[in-house]
Design a binder for this molecule. Structure first.
Ligand SMILES: Cc1cc2nc3c(=O)[nH]c(=O)nc-3n(C[C@H](O)[C@H](O)[C@H](O)COP(=O)(O)OP(=O)(O)OC[C@H]3O[C@@H](n4cnc5c(N)ncnc54)[C@H](O)[C@@H]3O)c2cc1C
Length: 622
């Protein structure tokens, strides 16, 4: 323990995670907090970290208000429809009204934007997406953050939040370690912005063994964005709302550009359009939601899953028509080269040329991430001008969690689906502005974080190294020890539990109350064993803490899934004991809180307020 030097850093604002939301927060914190000390702690290297590390081919959230393309209200309607009626409309509106200005900054900072040659507008891939040459998207936003921060700490993984000892519901900073040097870090902060990204690999992935790591969402996204607030008792929302993606098989190549830009479509093994086959059955489950336009993503997944179960798979993407056009063929390949090179490599290795053969699609394992197309995350306050009159949605500072001084952006923030990269960056900016205000209002005065608290965490952080060093002596060879469990062993056990009991691929996304209760018991036992996790070096220490965060997120997801007694999003998961959508009882948001002292979760419902009207079509207007 003594061999790990502790570095203390006292600052005003600490940003945990320098991904899209974290870079936005770091940049904006400097704008409003000119004289403040702003620190960003990043697990990887901010230049190439987070879900956007490899680059993107499209910015998925841009209104285009300057050209009258879309208004923020339109985006709220779109997201609400896609989520079967459920988003935090105040937060979604707030993000949408500010997102264009963030995209304009990316343009100014040198991100190559594609343009429509006729109009000069950004080139649209779809109603909300604009196309970019985005290989360098992440380094560009990282540069803005690096110029704004007093210091960016790369390779520092935050394992725990620190709490004020004079007020048990106020944050006081965060602590963790450098995975290269092994040094211990303590950041005492007046406000903390949690932007540490969503959770992959909590469910068993389709790619296992040699393919492990080739998952859709970045394998290094270990759910710290959720685990850190859950551990200190912040309320979470919609954690059951996991996402399942339809993707090209084995490489998880995205299909958005194919559907929207190349106008490709899907068919079953007999060459039939299968979606209409499942219309009546789906209507029976979810009622009029199946008639909505566009069809909610989960319901399209549902038809895919049912068709495959009926034995008429594989499902193919019809690329052979579009790829006869050389321009579209180029776009089809470039789409992967700019974002998911692995898919192009998989096709090459399997002799698939999409010009002559329609490639297979599959549905992915579930992921938990609040910035993409679902709503999981922390329960946060909305902005005063939108949420001000609604006590359940507003408690003072925009995007502040139910823990004072702790803010959430990007994947971390719940209820704000369809934010994507640009929306996450925007949410980071909104958090930073509010955090500066929180400090300027004197709300962070008198925080006390004693050395005692920091030392206690230091002991906890490095315990896996001790577990290994001592336990290793009990075995002569191999990896199985009576005294410790290795991170990879624990991860596979976690994934098996989640897969089999909480609605993963192994059960075709099916679960029920009994299964979920058993899953919770097994997760509890896993938690006990994880006290004995062993790490042989600093890299494995990171893996150990990633797993501990994943396990906590998994418990929360399972509690939420058990609480919501309906099948709200068929195609994402099914409650076999409640196979229908139930608007009468469940047209509401779900909230959880884990008591930091006992580790027990309590669940409640929160009202779902519809603040944006349904669109009035032209006929009705007339
Ligand atoms: C495969 C894929 C494709 C996508 N495609 C698109 C697209 O085409 N267009 C689009 O606009 N959006 C797309 N998105 C969505 C977009 O990438 C996310 O919405 C966005 O990155 C979320 O921002 P974030 O800051 O919350 O998370 P991230 O950008 O993932 O950042 C999280 C950061 O936190 C760091 N971190 C994690 N844990 C810790 C810890 N404990 N301590 C310190 N640091 C930590 C990570 O290293 C990372 O840098 C895609 C996402 C994925 C996964």
């Amino acid at each position: 323990m003594a061999k790990h030097k502790t570095h203390y850093e006292d600052c005003d604002i600490l940003i945990v995670g320098g991904g899209m939301a974290g870079t936005g927060a770091t940049f904006e914190a400097r704008y409003w907090g000119r004289d403040m000390k702003i620190i960003c702690a990043e697990k990887a290297n901010i230049d190439r970290s987070g879900a956007v590390a490899q680059g993107l081919y499209a910015i998925n959230c841009y209104m285009g208000m300057q050209w009258g393309e879309n208004q923020p209200e339109d985006h709220v309607r779109y997201a609400r429809n896609d989520l079967m009626g459920m988003v935090r409309e105040d937060l979604a509106y707030d993000m949408a009204r500010h997102v264009d200005s963030a995209v304009h900054m990316f343009d100014e900072w040198g991100l190559p934007m594609m343009r429509n040659e006729e109009t000069g507008h950004y080139l649209r891939e779809g109603k909300w997406q604009i196309m970019i040459h985005g290989e360098s998207y992440k380094p560009i936003v990282a540069e803005a953050a690096k110029k704004s921060a007093d210091k960016v700490y790369n390779r520092v993984m935050i394992t725990h939040l620190l709490m004020d000892e004079t007020n048990e519901n106020r944050v006081g900073g965060a602590t963790g370690f450098n995975m290269r040097t092994g040094d211990h870090y303590v950041f005492r902060a007046k406000a903390v912005i949690c932007a540490a990204g969503g959770a992959s690999h909590i469910f068993k992935p389709r790619s296992v063994g040699e393919g492990m790591g080739r998952t859709w969402y970045a394998p290094w996204s270990n759910g710290s964005a959720y685990a850190l607030p859950i551990a200190v008792g912040a309320k979470m929302t919609q954690m059951e709302n996991r996402i399942v993606l339809t993707r090209f098989k084995d490489g998880y190549g995205p299909v958005g550009a194919y559907f929207l830009h190349l106008k490709t479509y899907t068919q079953n093994a007999n060459g039939d359009n299968y979606e209409k086959t499942w219309y009546d059955q789906t209507k029976e489950m979810v009622g009029e939601y199946i008639d909505h336009i566009p069809t909610p993503t989960c319901l399209r997944n549902h038809a895919f899953i049912e068709e495959t179960k009926a034995g008429r798979g594989p499902i193919y993407m019809v690329t052979m028509e579009a790829f006869q056009d050389p321009h579209l063929e180029t776009i089809g390949w470039e789409n992967f080269l700019g974002m998911t090179i692995g898919q192009a490599v998989v096709w090459a290795s399997q002799d698939i040329d999409p010009k002559y053969q329609n490639p297979e699609l599959t549905t992915s394992e579930p992921y938990v991430m609040g910035s993409h197309a679902t709503c999981s995350g922390a329960w946060v306050s909305g902005p005063e001008d939108v949420s001000g009159g609604i006590p359940e949605y507003f408690w003072g500072y925009n995007r502040m969690m139910t823990v004072d001084g702790l803010f959430a952006a990007g994947d971390a923030a719940g209820g704000t689906a369809h934010a994507f990269s640009s929306g996450s960056f925007t949410e980071g900016r909104l958090c930073a502005k509010a955090a500066v205000q929180y400090i300027n209002d004197g709300k962070a005065n008198g925080i006390s974080v004693t050395e005692n608290q920091c030392e206690k965490f230091k002991e906890i952080i490095y315990k896996p190294l001790d577990n290994y060093t001592i336990g290793r002596n009990e075995i002569t060879s191999g990896t199985v020890s009576p005294s410790y469990i290795l991170p990879i062993q624990g991860l596979q056990r976690l994934q098996k539990i989640m897969d089999e009991y909480v609605g993963g691929i192994g059960t075709n996304y099916m679960t029920n109350g009994n299964g979920l209760k058993r899953g919770l018991e097994l997760l509890e036992i896993l938690q006990e064993d994880l006290e004995n996790i062993g790490a042989e070096d600093y890299h494995q220490l990171m893996r150990a803490w990633e797993l501990r965060h994943r396990a906590l997120v998994s418990q929360c997801v399972t509690e939420h899934t058990l609480f919501r007694e309906e099948t709200r999003w068929p195609g994402y998961y099914y409650r076999g004991d409640h196979m229908k959508l139930d608007d009468e009882n469940w047209h509401c948001l779900t909230l959880s809180r884990r008591d930091p002292k006992t580790g027990k979760f309590t669940m409640e419902k929160a009202p779902l307020y519809h603040l944006i009207d349904e669109e009035v079509d032209d006929k009705q207007k007339a």
